[in-house]
Design a protein around this ligand. Structure first.
Ligand code: HEC
Ligand code: HEC
Length: 344
């Protein structure tokens, strides 16, 4: 912390000396008036000022990137938070304060902005499919919760940039429509569905257990499928979330588990789809040896409000595996926390 402030202090002094150096005549007079050590110091100061000024001239460009500019599709209260807290680095219009503008701080900031844009550029996110935009927003909230964003180092120089608890709550509320009471009041059934899904009628025919905690796991993604009028929410357990945070993918660690919950989609009368009747929950739990026959994953599905185990016998799991086979390279998991393009 002290280092950063000290360096911006130094930069500030550099500016002041630089400004004086520009005063030509006056400067020469003051140098002539100096003797010995003082003159050496004076020359060094001018030298430093010149280096400082040259440094200011070396500026990696932060101009507008090439991509088409379409803002992320989110409601105004969500966008406002991103603009206030994240656009400084993750947008086409980086906002720099004066101490960012001065080298060497500028170099640090410019490199951050370039890396940040490469990871996520909210100003261009609108060109991506809605599901991708949602995935990016989930990843964003996870990054905030993990304390990884905004960058720690940046917060030192910009203490007011931290996301407040209230802002985080707003983001989470937008992302987890299933968990909010009033918004889904019109649909009625949803709330009780969310509360009740705690115990299954029995084990899955292949022996994979029901995982009761799934409703409280972290949300990785939600999708609404117009074609079959359902809303889905995919949640991951603690082990899965840690693997995401540690960039361990696509090989998921032992004990990682996902749940995919499906509701009937109901129009709330204001053009918004809200969860209606609870349809089913599906699980995938990683145990390499125990579930070696099905790619190391235990598959299970529990159907309806009474969570009836799905499948006449253990063979039902071939149905699951067969459909997940195309994403074998992703360890059979469809849902990625954030598409990272070239990395996979
Ligand atoms: C000071 C600049 C800066 C600010 C402000 C900032 N970020 Fe970042 N962000 C970065 C950089 C740099 C990276 C790339 C990190 C890397 O390459 O490892 C990044 C990466 C990310 C990623 C991708 C993470 C990954 O592992 O790929 C997400 C998501 C993200 N930021 C979200 C946010 C959110 C949300 C905010 C606002 C609350 C925010 N950032 C504010 C600089 C910033
Ligand atoms: C018709 C193809 C299909 C079948 C059959 C299928 N799945 Fe999936 N599954 C998907 C797709 C596609 C996703 C990605 C999320 C989405 O689009 O809903 C998914 C996602 C999941 C997820 C969330 C993790 C991930 O991979 O994204 C779980 C858990 C899951 N399925 C379990 C099961 C179980 C258990 C069965 C068998 C009872 C099963 N699935 C059968 C297509 C299928």
């Amino acid at each position: 912390m002290r280092g950063l402030f000290a360096s911006s202090q130094r930069v500030r002094d550099g500016w002041r000396i630089g400004l004086r150096a520009c005063g030509g005549e006056e400067l020469r007079d003051s140098l002539v008036g100096m003797t010995g050590a003082r003159r050496t110091l004076g020359v060094m100061a001018v030298g430093a000022a010149v280096v400082g000024l040259v440094a200011q001239a070396i500026r990696p460009s932060l101009g507008r990137p090439e991509g088409p500019r379409v803002e992320m599709a989110v409601p105004p209260q969500v966008r406002e938070i991103l603009v206030r807290r994240c656009y400084a680095c993750h947008s086409d219009e980086p906002r720099l304060v004066w101490w960012d503008e001065a080298a060497p701080m500028y170099w640090v900031v410019a490199s951050d902005v370039q890396r940040a844009r490469a990871a996520v550029n909210y100003s261009e996110m609108g060109t991506k499919p809605l599901a991708t935009q949602r995935a990016v927003l989930f990843e964003s909230v996870n990054q905030i919760e993990l304390g990884a964003m905004p960058l720690r180092i940046y917060l030192l120089g910009h203490p007011d940039a931290e996301v407040t608890a209230e802002e985080l709550a707003t983001l989470k509320k937008y992302l987890a429509p299933f968990a909010t009471g009033p918004a889904s009041a019109g649909a009625g059934a949803s709330e009780s569905a969310h509360e009740d899904v705690t115990e299954a009628a029995g084990p899955s025919p292949n022996g994979v257990p029901f995982l009761p905690g799934f409703a409280n796991w972290r949300v990785i993604s939600t999708t609404d499928r117009g074609d079959d009028h359902t809303l889905r929410m995919i949640t991951g357990n603690e082990i899965a979330m840690r693997a995401i945070a540690a960039h361990q993918l696509p090989s998921w660690p032992e004990g990682a588990a996902f749940a995919k919950s499906t509701w009937q989609a109901v129009d709330d009368g204001h053009g918004r789809l809200v969860p209606g009747k609870f349809l089913q929950v599906e699980f995938m739990e990683k145990h390499r040896v125990q579930y070696a026959g099905t790619g190391g994953w235990g598959f299970a599905r529990f159907v309806g409000a009474d969570l009836k185990p799905y499948g006449k016998d253990a063979h039902f799991e071939n149905e699951c595996l067969g459909c997940h086979e195309p994403v074998r390279d992703n360890d059979y998991v469809f849902t990625l926390p954030l598409p990272r393009g070239s990395e996979r």
